[in-house]
Design a protein around this ligand. Structure first.
Ligand code: G16
Length: 500
């Protein structure tokens, strides 16, 4: 395609999706995420980028998901999905950020520059799948994405309202038909019933959802519970899952991503032993948010290797690929299991050629693999995996909870002038800037039994996140408040001072 035909890139931008803000926006933990009103030009440009990416990948399908996932309703976001159903390759995040921030006048030239830089053959076909969540701003943004695809003569296929993991799955299937059929029905989850979606006036994620339940450690507002009833909470785009139950004193018990990871890892380990697939190495990947008690249990009781990486599914996914079977979960309920080709081939062979007991275990494992959405964390698929394990073991939710006891923890948010003033190292467990903050955290942590705390800038909200754990809930709350105070004082806090 000669560069002159890129004039339409500018014309569509100017007439339909002009850039009306100078606020700098960055491809963060999970794509671009901010107030929906600041996003239309960004999504249009991601339509352009998806076409370029598809051509660089020889016309394989790329996905665009419009969602702000766990964020409240006024926000929205956009993330790109690579051909294997994975998050966009990290080296392209800088390109996405550049394209999102140039002026309309410079857009055409920057698009030409990007095409050259990545060596895209613009004569090839390009295919882009587009999905969105239920926010009222999503249809308008999805239309902007379609226009971006059209401007560079790609083919857009709209899926309407879908969960994030369904779109990841469909992209993968479109590019690899051995993985399944690229439709919602293709992922044969079977029937399930929705118990409740309260929120306030139906607003997405408000006082409900996986993030609310995990962070506030409270059940969603307005849901009725029987004691010891197993309840699952999902987030706004269906890629996170946490469980909880209330005991007979109405006290809530949370089973978060760590509990799910340990349950799945222990079951897969049990089946691997039963089918004697001893050469397959299973490992678990967590982030700094993982409860210290879970890491101890994984290492000392399950005897499974565990690694810690930075927040963001993309980092966990990557690390999990280094194991034959990699279980990865963030404590917030985002995660899945990855099985290497070697693992799949070995297990299939045992299912056919093994001794009867080995064959049985291998077949169970094959069913388990089949039910897993390996492209990304998928709340529905994860829910069925959990239910499968509990059913196979005849365990109730209390027994699952009792595998290990979480250390009490607390998460808080602090608003500062510029959250990027905070830098971290060692998988976000230590803070390297601003000066003096880490030593203050160390001093505070040292005063608590089993104390641990870290701070990091969020990649999806304009806040600094603070995490603390200690021997009692009161101490975890106190430590979190004191560390928040230190962030406020040393990193330019704005608004109300945190209450210590
Ligand atoms: C996204 C990412 C997750 C991350 C979460 C919070 O989740 O996919 O990996 O844990 O944001 O990130 P941060 O602490 O940087 O704001 P979701 O469910 O919102 O897409």
């Amino acid at each position: 395609m000669p560069p002159s035909s890129l004039r339409v890139v500018y014309a569509f931008a100017r007439e339909m999706h002009p850039k009306t803000t100078d606020v700098f926006i960055e491809y963060g933990t999970a794509g671009f995420r901010t107030k929906a009103s600041l996003l239309e030009h960004v999504v249009y440009r991601m339509g352009l980028l998806a076409v370029i990416r598809s051509r660089v990948k020889n016309g394989r399908t790329i996905g665009i998901m419009i969602t702000a996932s766990h964020n409240l309703e006024p926000d929205n976001g956009v993330k790109l999905i690579d051909p294997e159903g994975e998050m966009l390759e990290q080296s392209w995040e800088e390109i996405a950020t550049r394209l999102a921030n140039v002026s309309d006048n410079d857009l055409e030239a920057t698009t030409v520059e990007v095409i050259k830089q990545v060596n895209a053959d613009m004569g090839l076909k390009a295919s882009v799948f587009i999905g969105m969540d239920t926010r009222y701003t999503s249809p308008r943004l999805a239309a902007a994405a379609v226009h971006g695809v059209m401007a560079l003569k790609g083919t857009a296929k709209e899926f309407g309202i879908v969960t994030t993991p369904i779109l990841h799955y469909c992209v993968r299937c479109r590019n690899d038909n051995t993985y399944g059929t690229p439709t919602e029905e293709g992922k044969k989850y079977g029937p399930y019933s929705l118990v409740s979606t309260p929120g306030e006036r139906g607003q997405l994620n408000l006082n409900c959802g996986a993030d609310f339940v995990k962070v506030s450690q409270k059940p969603p507002v307005g849901v009725e519970h029987a004691p010891f009833q197993r309840v699952a909470s999902l987030d706004g785009d269906g890629d996170r899952l946490v469980y909880y139950y209330l005991d007979d004193n109405n006290k809530m018990h949370l089973l978060d991503g760590d509990k799910i990871a340990t349950l799945l890892a222990s079951y897969v380990t049990q089946l691997l032993k039963a089918c004697e697939a001893t050469d397959l190495k299973l490992g678990l990947v967590q982030t700094a948010y993982a409860n210290g008690a879970s890491t101890k249990y994984i290492t000392e009781d399950l005897k499974v290797p565990v690694s810690c990486v930075k927040t963001g599914v993309k980092h966990l996914h990557h690390a999990a690929q280094s194991y034959d079977i990699g279980v990865y979960f963030e404590a917030n309920g985002h995660g899945t299991v990855l099985y290497s080709d070697k693992a799949k081939t070995t297990i299939r062979r045992i299912a056919q050629e093994g001794e009867p007991e080995q064959r049985k275990a291998a077949q169970l494992l094959l069913n388990f693999i089949d039910m897993t959405n390996e492209t990304v964390g998928d709340a529905i698929s994860d829910l069925f995996l959990v239910e499968t394990v509990l059913c196979a073991r005849g365990q109730n939710v209390k027994e699952w909870m009792e595998a290990y006891t979480d250390l009490p923890c607390r998460q808080l948010k602090v608003t500062v002038q510029d959250r990027n003033a905070i830098s971290t190292a060692d998988a976000e467990r230590r803070c390297t800037a601003p000066e003096g903050l880490q030593s203050r955290i160390d001093e505070l942590v040292a005063t608590y039994k089993s104390g641990r705390s870290f701070v990091r800038p969020s990649g999806t909200e304009d806040v600094v996140r603070v995490y603390a754990e200690a021997d009692t809930q009161e101490n975890a709350d106190k430590l979190a408040a004191q560390v928040s105070q230190a962030v406020f004082d040393l990193a330019g806090g704005v608004g109300d001072r945190p209450v210590a």
